[in-house]
Design a protein around this ligand. Structure first.
Ligand code: NAD
Length: 463
């Protein structure tokens, strides 16, 4: 766990490396990314093994998350093109104007436990490709992956000091945020911390992209294919034991969709195999810590006490060979209402809560009434209903018959409302803008042109 002195060492290394790295042509920086991509492919199994060993998610899911991170590296390989500026000739007589995007300096990344590879890779590949240097502070609960990625970057030819990893918790984060050498902060984690990071960055006048928690809704209309909707919901609600910021934790069944959906869910829930994540037949692994297991279990009790219909109770899971682990079975509530804590709070576990709505308008009222607004999905066969939903829903990422609408690396990722603080999403072109600042250069080569006559007036061009 890093203390202030360790943070200072990392920031000193990053500061010292910045001028030379920023001066390296974008093509040279891209070539490091190409080699890094190859190395990740070569070490795929090893990295997914680290993710599963520390987080607990099943290996195939860990591999999918690594792939999503890798796609950001692929996007960053195109950095020479992405950094192209604007140019206008003759904005005045003999006067040209162009803009360039320059790196910021030392950037910092702080990531949550649930995506040990993907979330850091939303951040550092683009930051580095843009010419910045970087200090990554991964979650103390899943620390090893970032270190392995750092080793692979070094092997890919990244100069020393450009990418640094420090471990730690609030103490390390506070030391990073108060250091004057830090030019920008990328944060992903829970909403209270995201908000506090954004406030601290704003106070200092530095950039922050700060992504918080979520409660993602899937609205199922009566005309949807219930089998497909149930398949989608099972993966989105219980994959990674619900420890995903894009997990669907709320199903809003419209009209008479609820009973059919519930009937389709039950056999699928019964078939989910909860096992240690490295077992080949595991569908769902354990939760991250005992403390988190207890928190999720206490929400199940609260939902029952508040009067929701507890259809499947994950606490009944039979523990056999892994007594003492942090396992919880998939849980389903039905007939919940928006005032209940199981609906309001982000539980971050394998708990799916179903609400009933009379029509699409009511369903949208429920979705848009929630404080979180990361992703939202609609399942329907009606193009009009889907279009209405996508237009009227207040969420950053919307799926139509897609349960987890995580945008690809060439689009940006981010929610609305209290799922994000600051005005910048991560990845995509928005990521490039976040990690660079614009310089606009107006130039004139006056040889052979009339002089400007020493006027004190506001200069104008264009005649
Ligand atoms: P967390 O907020 O507890 O921790 C995130 C990071 O912040 C960690 O690196 C941690 O060490 C650090 N941290 C924790 N408390 C801190 C404090 N008081 N001051 C400064 N730093 C602190 O989150 P977590 O439990 O690791 O991750 C789960 C949360 O992350 C969920 O809320 C989930 O929705 C969210 N998440 C959001 C997204 C998204 O894209 N919006 C993606 C993944 C996870």
């Amino acid at each position: 766990m890093a203390n202030g002195a360790d943070v200072d060492t990392a920031l000193s290394a990053a500061s010292a490396a910045f001028p030379e790295w920023a001066a390296t042509p974008a093509l040279g920086r891209a070539r490091v990314m190409f080699r890094f991509k190859e190395l990740i492919d070569q070490h795929r199994q090893e990295i997914t093994g680290l993710i599963t060993a520390e987080h607990g998610k099943v290996l195939s899911d860990a591999d999918g998350s690594l792939q999503r991170g890798l796609e950001v590296v692929e996007f960053a390989c195109g950095i020479p093109h992405l950094l192209k500026g604007e140019f206008s000739s003759d904005i005045g007589r003999g006067v040209d104007c162009h803009s360039v995007r320059e790196p910021l300096g030392v950037c910092v990344g702080i990531s949550p436990f649930n995506f040990p590879a993907m979330v850091p890779m939303w951040m550092f590949p683009l930051a580095i490709a843009c010419g910045n240097t970087f200090v990554m502070k991964p979650s103390e609960k899943t620390p090893s992956c970032a270190v392995r990625l750092a080793e692979l970057l070094q092997e890919a030819g990244l100069p020393p000091g450009v990418f640094n990893v420090i471990h730690g918790d609030k103490e390390a984060v506070d030391a990073l945020l108060t250091d004057q050498r830090v030019a920008a902060v990328s944060f992903v984690g829970s909403t209270p911390v995201a908000e506090s990071i954004y406030r601290q960055a704003a106070e200092r006048g530095i950039r922050a992209q700060s992504l918080g928690g979520a409660k993602n809704h899937m609205v199922v209309l009566p005309d949807a294919d219930m089998e497909q909707a149930a398949d989608a919901l099972i993966g989105a609600a219980y994959g990674s034991a619900g420890e995903r910021c894009m997990a669907i934790s709320v199903a809003v069944a419209v009209g008479d969709a609820g009973d059919g959906l519930r009937d389709a869910l039950l056999p699928r829930i019964a078939a989910i195999k909860v096992r240690p994540g490295d077992q080949p037949d595991a569908d769902m692994g354990p939760l991250i810590t005992r403390e988190h297991l207890e928190k999720v279990a206490s929400y199940i009790q609260a939902g029952k006490d508040e009067g929701a219909d507890l259809v499947v109770d994950g606490r009944d899971l039979e523990h056999s060979s892994w007594q003492g682990g942090f396992f919880l079975g998939p849980t389903l509530f039905d007939h919940a209402t928006p005032d209940m804590s199981i609906y309001r709070d982000e539980i971050f576990g394998p708990v799916l809560t179903m609400l009933r709505a009379a029509n699409l308008g009511d369903a949208l009222g429920i979705v848009n009434g929630h404080e979180y607004a990361n992703g939202a999905a609609v399942f329907t066969r009606s193009g009009k209903a889907a279009r209405d939903f996508a237009t009227r829903v207040d969420a950053g990422m919307v799926g139509v018959n897609i349960p987890i609408p995580v945008p690809m690396a060439f689009y940006s990722f981010g929610g609305h409302k209290r799922s994000i603080f600051g005005d910048s999403n991560v990845q995509g072109a928005e990521g490039v803008r976040f990690y660079t600042r614009t310089k606009t250069i107006t130039s004139r080569w006056p040889e052979g042109l009339p002089g400007q006559g020493g006027s004190l007036d506001m200069p104008t061009l264009g005649d």
